[in-house]
Design a protein around this ligand. Structure first.
Ligand code: KMH
Ligand code: ZN
Length: 413
């Protein structure tokens, strides 16, 4: 099918968005960019999305994406039946992973006198003047909108029963870190295990593994102070003895599957002091909306210096869900100057980190959060997940940065 067919569908979406926000069909003024990324055949089914990214007095800029979700079997995945001529023209297959077939950015216009809705209705609380609806808008140039990818390569809860690809030994962890760095990660979020696979927060084991990682790659090492559910504060503080560049600070308690991950307010504050005393910068893990409030309180109390680095961890069983509207809301709480990113659990990892990247945030992927590359297919380590996220970032014009740039963006001396 010709590409103009997809553009016609984008035009329909633009019209719908304009009707929703202005009560008018408006006019499509221009496409700033159009990319055709994969062929579309008669009989394919597409799913389309439009997202408002900028609002001026009369202009409304939108980003569009078309994904193929079903392919006509005649052109699709069953070449044997095709060759044997056994396929009916109406045979079709659901794709295991949707294929992005086209992306575009375009600007529409609704003249002032045709705008039938006050902007307060769709942009409540925002001052007059042009508004970037998606916060730090994705810019076309990778250098203007750099992206920090974090690889969570070990995890505390994962076992070899879940996946044989989780690294345990210093050599395995270092090699995996190097593969992730190669694939585009700037930060390695680190838990460690004994050689037998038992999770530990021991300073000595962290030292040994950090040394091995350092010998292989220059990633920023972000040690966990979350450890494993049930660990004492002192135990959780073990890695800070290594004076890491960065450490996590969990901003509240949650049900964590069938367990309870306890982070009392006094304990959060004590860990914040210890992280600071160790010379590390904190990444604030927020599993719930209220945890963002806590992060803001830590900033106000001077326990965590500006700028904040927020990580929205979405989809933990018992905490907030990994859904678009959740992220769209949480992102609004990010204070100016702060950085933010998304880690999402299980099959939500890819769609939620991709949404974060489109919205100007950073992303964390890796076996700690998700062990599958696609449904039923284990990722052979965290590096393939990093590579996929890096490719997506590049397709948006957001180049994943190296650790040197990431240190600068995060304010690591
Ligand atoms: N293992 C979880 C209970 C962190 O690294 O700071 C906590 C966790 C978060 O993984
Ligand atoms: Zn962790």
């Amino acid at each position: 099918m010709d590409g103009a067919r997809v553009l016609a569908l984008f035009g329909d979406l633009a019209t719908e968005l304009l009707i929703r926000i202005d009560g008018d069909e408006g006019l499509f003024r221009a496409y700033e960019s159009v990319e055709f990324l994969a062929p579309v055949f008669a009989g394919d089914f597409l799913e389309l999305r439009a997202e408002l990214v900028n609002v001026g007095a009369t202009s409304r800029q939108m980003r569009f994406e078309a994904r193929k979700v079903i392919s006509s079997a005649r052109y699709g995945r069953d070449p044997e039946s095709q060759a044997a001529g056994r396929l009916s023209p109406s045979a079709a297959d659901l794709l295991p992973v949707p294929i992005v077939v086209a992306r575009a950015v375009g600007t529409c216009v609704v003249p002032r006198d045709l705008q039938r809705r006050p902007r307060e209705l769709y942009l409540p609380g925002l001052p007059p003047g042009p508004v970037p609806v998606s916060g730090a808008i994705v810019t076309p140039s990778g250098s203007e909108s750099p992206l920090i990818l974090t690889a969570a390569i070990v995890g505390a809860e994962l076992t070899r029963g879940h996946t044989p690809y989780v690294p345990f030994t210093a050599k395995e962890v270092a090699e995996e870190a190097a593969r992730c760095r190669e694939a585009g990660a700037a930060i390695v979020h680190l838990h460690v295990r004994t050689d037998e696979g038992r999770n530990t927060q021991s300073t000595e084991r962290f030292l040994e593994i950090i040394e091995a990682v350092r010998a292989k790659c220059d990633c920023i090492i972000q040690t966990s102070t979350g450890g494993e559910v049930g660990m004492s504060l002192d135990e959780r503080s073990g890695p800070l003895g290594c004076r890491p560049e960065m450490a996590t600070l969990n901003c509240g308690s949650i049900n964590f599957g069938d367990q309870v991950f306890v982070n009392s307010r006094p304990d959060i504050r004590e860990l914040a002091r210890r992280i600071r005393a160790a010379g590390a910068i904190a990444e604030l893990e927020c599993y719930e909306v209220g945890h963002v409030e806590e992060a803001l309180a830590l900033l106000a109390e001077g326990l965590v210096p500006a700028p904040l680095h927020l990580q929205f961890v979405l989809g933990v069983k018992g905490a907030i869900g990994a859904r678009d509207e959740v992220l769209l809301f949480m992102r609004q709480l990010v204070p100016a100057g702060a950085t933010w990113g998304v880690a999402a659990i299980g099959r939500a990892e890819q769609p939620m980190t991709e949404l974060a990247m489109r919205l100007g945030g950073h992303a964390r992927v890796g076996l700690e959060d998700n062990i599958y590359l696609t449904r039923g297919v284990l990722a052979e380590g965290s590096a393939p997940l990093v590579a996929r996220a890096a490719a997506y970032a590049r397709s948006l014009g957001r180049d994943p940065v190296d650790p040197v740039t990431a240190r600068r963006l995060l304010g690591i001396a």
